[in-house]
Design a protein around this ligand. Structure first.
Ligand code: ATP
Ligand code: MG
Length: 283
């Protein structure tokens, strides 16, 4: 049985649980409980505060975990990283009151900066050659300037709307973050095997998220030209249509290249193009 630590309730919880579900792993229970056993995979889920996850995984209380890189690196545990998961993308940024004049990072020399990420901030300031006083607070960092605690803040930003509503402006990006899967470095052989199985499923889910299955009708004399425009795992599937002179082509395209490909194959004579989501993809 492998134990995974995920955030009990917060910005990482929903997507962490979704990933486990999309891997075809079922569990009963809600985040009201501290832990739950999965019913069809040797996995036990522990629900914890995100700050505690790197420590628990490092100590082996949990075998693996999902946490933001910001928390992981802040706690100096990046060596636990297995791989990035592509969700909960955000950045750690410096912000100052909107009305302040700001021309460069040097303007922060001698200032007080409030943050929940003193280590990440200190490393950034050192690299920039800036000396400032860091005030570590655990939450509501964005109100620090308005209550006179600090002249600047360093906090997590995604859209920037929280900064704006607190009369602040983003002036420097300190760190880029996303959710990562982490693992204890001394897993037993058996646990390692379960982790490999889980990773196999995670990769299938991640690949499928980006891929679309595409079906289209092509005049037979255009099959070659259209096939060349379609990326595919091996080669596109070609099936004859009931109507003489026409075939159906099936393939898989990446979401990022999707619209460009559609335009090209349409111009080449493709008709009746259908695009459908893929649930899992194993190559
Ligand atoms: P906990 O109670 O577990 O300590 P928390 O309040 O410290 O929770 P959350 O605000 O839920 O943490 O954020 C958890 C993680 O999600 C952050 O460490 C960061 O990696 C990521 N995150 C935070 N804010 C955002 C956002 N606006 N968009 C995307 N990801 C975010
Ligand atoms: Mg936290």
């Amino acid at each position: 049985m492998l134990r995974i630590a995920i955030q009990k309730s917060g910005r990482l919880s929903e997507e962490s649980l979704n990933l486990i579900r999309e891997c075809g792993i079922s569990f009963i229970g809600s985040s009201l409980k501290l832990k739950t056993e999965c019913t069809n995979f040797p996995l036990e889920i522990l629900f914890l505060r995100d700050d505690d996850i790197p420590g628990y995984v490092a100590d082996g209380v949990a075998d693996i975990g999902i946490v933001g890189q910001n928390v992981l690196v802040e706690e100096g545990k990046e060596e636990l990283t297995v791989e990035a998961l592509g969700f909960s993308k955000c950045r750690l940024s410096l912000a100052v009151p909107k009305s302040d004049e700001y021309s460069s990072i040097q303007d922060l020399n001698g200032k007080n900066i409030a943050t929940s990420y003193p280590n990440l901030l200190q490393a950034f300031l050192d690299k920039q050659g800036v000396q400032a006083q860091i005030h570590t607070i655990s939450g509501s960092v964005e109100i620090a300037p308005s209550i006179g605690l600090a002249e600047a803040i360093c906090d997590i930003v995604s859209s920037g709307s929280t900064l704006i509503s607190n009369g602040l402006k983003e002036v420097e990006r300190v760190f880029k973050s996303e959710a990562v899967l982490i693992a204890n470095q001394e897993l037993t052989q058996e646990k390692r095997q379960v982790l490999e199985k889980l990773l196999f499923r995670i990769h299938a889910v991640q690949r499928a998220r980006k891929a679309k299955y595409i079906l289209l009708n092509s005049p037979d004399d255009k099959i070659e030209e259209i096939s060349k425009l379609l990326p595919s795992i091996k080669a596109p599937t070609v099936l004859p249509l009931a109507e003489e002179g026409w075939s159906s082509l099936h393939s898989v395209v990446n979401e990022d290249d999707f619209w460009e490909i559609i335009e090209k194959i349409k111009a080449a004579g493709a008709q009746g193009i259908l695009v459908v989501p893929i649930e899992k993809m194993i190559i």
